[in-house]
Design a protein around this ligand. Structure first.
Ligand code: SF4
Length: 337
């Protein structure tokens, strides 16, 4: 029997799909990359961004067509699903499956060189625009011994890149030993023998410690790359986003990182057109972009996610204006190249 898996959303969801593949393997399914030969169609969805939710509708049309040609094809929906989306989609799938059924499985990696290893699930931060705390639930950290065992296993198999994944890696504490925070976990992972690099995502700027900067500076195994999501360059917007840092604190952190790890590559995530964002407030973000000169920026035009605090605020920046602001930031990024 063959199964086709479609994954939406972030790297954590991609890592979950590798656990779905392992779970299905035990049930006698092999993974196919050809959707036309699948007996089972699994959609691992993401409710975090509206664009990902919209794309599920595109897949549903495809599934309907496949089912009309072969009614025995089974369909499963899983992943990060808001209750509202669950109700919307349930009529199109044979089953909706909760993550708890497959997250305990050791992954069946899709890549032979890159291993995605979650260090935690969920998040307690409640940034006002973000649906993760609602769809993934509260933060649950995975035991450091289990993580290190997995890093060792993939290193021995010859993987070249290991990604440690958490919604905010800086919130990590091992459940079996509270001394083991994220920098200590990273340091231990960096001591595992093998020809591989370690990357991680994402660290929240509000609790990025000097200890983490030291660990990065002192290990050749850790890639000199950080995705440090700024989200806005304006203090009052950051406050409305519940990000718990100011622009000055963010800039000081970048200075500390660049001093400690001079060869660092910095990327960021930014949201433009957050509810109530004025032209002046956006200009503050553009100013920050000029000052920091990120290597890469992931620019997201704001769209509300149901259930979040921000979704109760008026989404009052017109789409055309969001597109204009996006172009301004893209231009600034290109000017640095
Ligand atoms: S830290 Fe904020 S943006 Fe990141 S997952 Fe948690 S709530 Fe969402």
């Amino acid at each position: 029997m063959k199964c086709f898996i479609v994954t939406f959303g972030c790297q954590t969801n991609e890592a979950d799909s590798e656990r779905i593949a392992a779970f299905l393997d035990k049930k006698g399914y092999s993974i196919t990359l050809n959707q036309n030969e699948a007996d089972l169609f699994v959609v691992n969805m993401c409710s975090v961004r509206q664009s990902a939710v919209d794309r599920v509708f595109g897949i549903i049309q495809k599934i309907k067509k496949i089912k009309s040609e072969n009614p025995r094809v089974k369909t499963i929906l899983t992943g990060c699903i808001l209750n509202k989306d669950k109700n919307k989609f349930k009529e199109f799938f044979d089953e909706i499956v909760d993550k708890k059924y497959y997250l305990k499985y050791s992954p069946k990696y899709q890549s032979k060189s890159e291993a995605l290893i979650p260090i935690s699930n969920g998040c307690n931060n409640f940034c006002s625009y973000c649906a993760v705390p609602y769809v993934r639930g509260p933060l649950i950290c995975i035991d450091h011994k289990k993580i290190l065992k997995e890093v060792k296993r993939v290193a021995q198999k010859g993987f070249k890149e290991v990604w440690l994944l958490g919604q905010n890696v800086n919130d990590y504490t091992s459940p079996s030993n509270s001394i083991v925070n994220f920098p200590k976990l990273l340091k231990m992972a960096g001591k595992i023998p093998g020809d591989f690099k370690i990357r991680f995502t994402s660290p929240h700027p509000k609790n990025f410690s000097n200890e983490l900067i030291d660990v990065m500076a002192n290990s050749d195994k850790i890639a000199k790359y950080i995705n440090l999501p700024v989200q806005s360059g304006d203090d009052s917007i950051l406050k409305k986003m519940n990000r718990k840092y100011t622009v000055k604190q963010y800039k000081d952190l970048v200075k500390r990182i660049r001093k400690g790890v001079p060869e660092i590559n910095l990327s960021t995530d930014v949201i433009i057109g957050f509810p109530g964002e004025t032209k002046k407030q956006f200009e503050n973000t553009a100013k920050l972009f000029k000052e920091i000169s990120f290597n890469i920026a992931y620019i997201n035009k704001y769209s509300p996610r149901p259930g979040t605090l921000a979704s109760k605020m008026a989404d009052n920046v017109p789409w055309e204006e969001k597109k204009r602001r996006e172009k301004v930031l893209i231009k600034l990024c290109l000017a640095k190249k």
